[in-house]
Ligand binder design. Structure first.
Ligand code: BGC
Length: 912
């Protein structure tokens, strides 16, 4: 009996221990951690699993969702019993109909292929937004007369009494222009530049905040201040402003639930009061902010404020185009301190932040009332060491602060942002020190998912510059640049960079949202405007003139998101837009299938040799060639998308279309010897990348490309369209060494030339600043433009070898590419299944390859050595390892399959 008890106890202990070995983590709903304000009836759940041992695969899972954290049966809305499925990413909710404005708690547990069962995961939650438009009881409120350019910020306020104790409170809010909402004296939430930027005429995001701790029984005040933002401010060129409207407005509803279960609503309506006699005298995205602290309203956001001088608001009607926030909220992400404060030869006082950053400065200052401090922002100093703002074009990027004279004052703007490294300070009372200045870095809050590093400090700085280019230009919309009078969602730039972006950060929600704006702004005939949201054509314009390589973002970006996140619904949602784009081109190209006149921008900013250089051709690529190549490429992606969505009819139609374009293309542009188009690098790159050549010409064409690169002494000549694919085409065709030569080239034109010149972000042009420190044409010379940063994708995918071979990284392809030019390179990436690592290093006369494969995924590992017998893993010969299957030698490389785990391979190096 005693021994039976002991055995039972031992079994119990081991079962518990065993189950603890397997656990579930990182629960997300619609790619987000504990989202509040989903307006989706069928949200999708994802999780990651981990456990001891290798080769872990999920075999089943169970999910429960309830309106209480205890998961009591009466509150359970979905109980998915053990479901035999390996899927752990984006699993569709299938419980009872979700209520509006309701919080749901959920948990998941999993079973694995080792016979283990996890415990229920930690509880995560999601909360629905206002699922039914009729639930909006609030009215738009505006301030009478507030319709002029550069008007002072309107403030709105309302007091209310709550009779009972508050159990919970939620606010649903949006605005025309920017809003900052306050309850009882405190700002609501930590987001900035809300409500973000969408195609406002068609889609306007509202935010939901849990404000339970902010409201109290008794007297309360809710208040808001508005800024011009993308809605009314200056946007695009030619003195354009008020693209979406001239009146700023607020729409807000606050729902309070008392402890006795009853509810009350506080909404914007004609009982609110307004004033624009506050401190923000002017605010504008391009031009900055003027703040007069002597006019600061004190107590305006608290109950008991004297509303004398405040006016009645007017209410306004707008069609309800509200959507719950879909993107990643914009936040203050980090703070940096100046590295230097100095005087220029002309005596100007300059702060050097050490990093080309986007956001604003927080200023700490003390002085007499009425003292005016001015901050001007710039990316670079000129060759004379003076402050340089000409490349900002018409954007003033100026902050003017008038002191209240009340002792130490701290100020930071809220309705503008600047792209800058240097700040010119005038009028500062006393001595300016680093203590007075803090750089506030602002961008969409996307989780950092990737890292790449190598033995080259220059290459590491390039990676840093790519990441900072992404930070500065992912401000709710993927913009071209963050500083001059532009900052628009340029489509060509976004398609070039989206894959790299998806390595560095989690851009799933960011692109899901932006692509819907693309669909919304796509014109009747399928034209994709150059920028999204479309502010270059008249609002409600039914046509636009698109450009090849720009409009193709409609197809390339959804496909990329599907590849990276395994998210089919992006494809589903975007499919009509993708198809409309391809059909638009088909109509334009006509039966000849050559898209004449389809490329407005060509291979934008390709290399031009310096004047007086008569020996070197420029990198020009014929525009119709580009247009036709992209036509083919988009058709082939569309065919693939159709296949994924089970639309076999379209799959056939667009596969046929692709094949026909390919024939025409070969006839028109390819010689029998394999010379292509204008023989520019981009001609070869596009033809090879988009699979437009007959098999037997590929090697010959690749050789011509390599000859051209060598003829330029290992330099590139490509622009926005060719550059992202250049190194891929080389490595795909056996010229990884040439790709490394290009990547590590330090002289112009190259990726490392700007790095050598001190760049801290990616430049718009290969020669933004010349070797003599003079600048390129100020009309188009941004120092923070991510497009050429698209090389990051090659660094992750090829140099470190971290690649997916199935959508969403379920099956990995890990194939590091060692080179004699570096000592090591390695990358890490947070995939939907967990952390993936891949990389290589030299160790004496050996190469060491280290990889990490997360649970519930597997990998094909390709080791660049032909000799399987000489490969070991953690010191043991490959053939003695059971973890690996399918070991074969193919194309001079050992290929094998592995399940989850960390593996360290070693083999004798043949690299000289
Ligand atoms: C933008 C680009 C964009 C281009 C199109 C420029 O003004 O800054 O990045 O793609 O126009 O020609």
């Amino acid at each position: 009996m005693k021994s039976l008890k002991l055995t039972l106890a031992l079994i119990l202990i081991s079962v518990t221990l065993f189950s603890q070995d397997l656990s579930v983590k990182d629960l997300t709903v619609e790619h987000k951690k504990n989202p509040i304000g989903l307006d989706n009836q069928n949200p999708r759940f994802s999780w990651k699993i981990s456990g001891t041992g290798t080769g872990i695969m999920q075999t089943a899972y169970s999910i429960r969702v309830a309106t209480d954290e205890k998961f009591s049966s009466s509150k359970t809305v979905w109980m998915l019993e053990k479901n035999n499925s390996p899927e752990s990413v984006l699993q569709l909710y299938a419980g009872s109909k979700l209520n509006s404005a309701q919080r749901y708690y959920w948990q998941v547990r999993v079973w694995d292929n080792k016979g283990r069962t996890s415990k229920w995961s930690e509880t995560a939650y999601f909360e629905t937004g206002l699922l039914d438009k009729t639930e909006w009881k609030a009215k738009w409120i505006e301030m009478e007369g507030d319709t002029l350019r550069y008007s002072p910020s309107p403030h709105f306020r309302k007091e209310f009494q709550l009779a009972k104790t508050v159990a919970s409170a939620r606010v649903y809010v949006t605005s025309h222009g920017y809003y900052e909402l306050h309850i009882n004296g405190k700002k609501v939430g930590d987001q900035v530049l809300t409500p973000g930027w969408t195609s406002y005429g068609k889609r306007l995001q509202y935010q939901v905040y849990d404000v339970t701790p902010m409201v109290v029984k008794g007297a309360n005040a809710v208040a808001a201040v508005l800024g011009d933002g993308w809605y009314r401010g200056t946007l695009a060129w030619g003195n354009n402003w008020a693209i979406y409207g001239k009146s700023l407005g607020l729409l807000m509803q606050l729902k309070i639930t008392y402890t006795d279960g009853t509810e009350t609503l506080v909404v914007t309506d004609n009982t609110w009061k307004a004033s624009n006699n506050g401190a923000i005298r002017m605010n504008d995205i391009y031009n900055g902010e003027t703040y007069d602290a002597t006019k600061k309203l004190t107590g305006w956001n608290l109950p008991g404020y004297d509303e004398n001088g405040w006016k009645n608001v007017k209410t306004a009607e707008y069609a309800n185009n509200l959507i719950a926030s879909e993107g990643s909220p914009i936040r203050k992400i980090q703070e940096i301190k100046p590295i230097k404060i100095f005087r220029t030869p002309k005596g100007k006082l300059i702060v050097d932040m050490g990093q080309n950053m986007v956001g604003w400065l927080r200023l700490k200052v003390a002085g007499t009332k009425g003292t005016v401090v001015t901050l001007r922002h710039a990316e670079v100093m000129d060759k004379f060491g003076e402050f340089y703002t000409t490349n900002l074009r018409a954007a003033k990027c100026q902050i003017t602060y008038t002191l209240a004279g009340t002792g130490e004052e701290t100020y930071e703007p809220r309705f503008t942002f600047m792209g800058f490294r240097f700040v010119e300070v005038t009028g500062f009372p006393g001595e300016l020190t680093a203590d007075n200045i803090t750089g506030v870095v602002v961008h969409s809050d996307m989780a950092v998912t990737g890292s790449y590093e190598s033995s080259s400090a220059l290459l590491n700085q390039l990676q840093h510059n790519i990441q900072w280019g992404q930070k500065g230009n992912f401000v709710d919309v993927p913009t071209d640049c963050p500083q001059r009078d532009e900052r628009l969602g340029w489509t060509g730039d976004a398609q070039a960079f989206c894959r790299t972006a998806a390595y560095n950060m989690d851009v799933s929600s960011f692109f899901t949202k932006w692509l819907k704006d693309l669909s919304a702004d796509q014109k009747q005939g399928g034209e994709v405007p150059d920028v999204i949201p479309d502010v270059l054509n008249k609002q409600n314009a039914t046509t636009a003139q698109p450009s090849a390589g720009w409009g193709d973002v409609a197809v390339i970006a959804p496909w990329t998101m599907y590849l990276v996140y395994g998210d089919k619904s992006v494809l589903e949602t975007q499919y009509p837009s993708m198809k409309a784009w391809v059909e638009y081109i088909r109509k334009k190209a006509g039966p000849g299938l050559i898209w004449k006149g389809g490329s407005k921008y060509g291979d934008w900013l390709y290399y031009h040799p310096p004047v007086n250089n008569h020996t070197e051709p420029d990198g020009h690529t014929e525009p119709d060639f580009i247009a036709t190549a992209f036509f083919a490429y988009s058709s082939s992606i569309l065919a693939n998308a159709a296949a994924v969505l089970g639309n076999s009819q379209d799959e056939k139609i667009y596969t046929d279309l692709f094949n026909k374009i390919k024939d025409v293309f070969n006839n028109e542009y390819v010689t029998k010897a394999g010379r292509i188009g204008a023989q520019s690098q981009t001609s070869y790159v596009l033809a090879l990348m988009f699979d437009l050549l007959p098999e037997d010409l590929r090697a010959k064409s690749a050789k011509f490309l390599v000859d051209d690169i060598k003829g330029r002494r290992n330099r590139l000549s490509t622009g926005f369209l060719g550059t992202p694919y250049l190194c891929h085409v080389l490595s795909d065709n056996g010229y990884t060494d040439v790709a490394y030569d290009l990547l590590l080239q330090e002289t112009y034109p190259s990726w490392l030339y700007p790095v050598k010149m001190g760049a801290t972000t990616i430049w718009e042009r290969w020669d933004g600043q010349k070797t003599d420190s003079t600048f390129q044409d100020a009309g188009m010379n941004s120092f923070n433009h991510y497009a050429y940063g698209a090389i990051g994708d090659w660094m992750y995918r090829v140099s470190a070898g971290l690649e997916t071979s199935s959508p969403g990284y379920k099956n990995l392809k890990l194939q590091p590419h060692p080179t004699k030019r570096l000592e090591f390179s390695r990358a890490s990436f947070e995939s939907p299944y967990g952390t993936v690592k891949s990389g290589w290093e030299k160790s004496g006369d050996k190469i060491i390859i280290k990889v990490l494969i997360p649970a519930n995924s597997s990998a094909t590992i390709i080791l660049p050595t032909p000799d399987a017998d000489k490969v070991t893993e953690k010191g043991i010969s490959l053939k003695d390892k059971k973890e690996f299957t399918d070991i074969v030698v193919k194309n001079n490389a050992v290929t094998l399959t592995a399940g989850s785990g960390e593996y360290i391979f070693e083999y004798p190096s043949a690299i000289k």
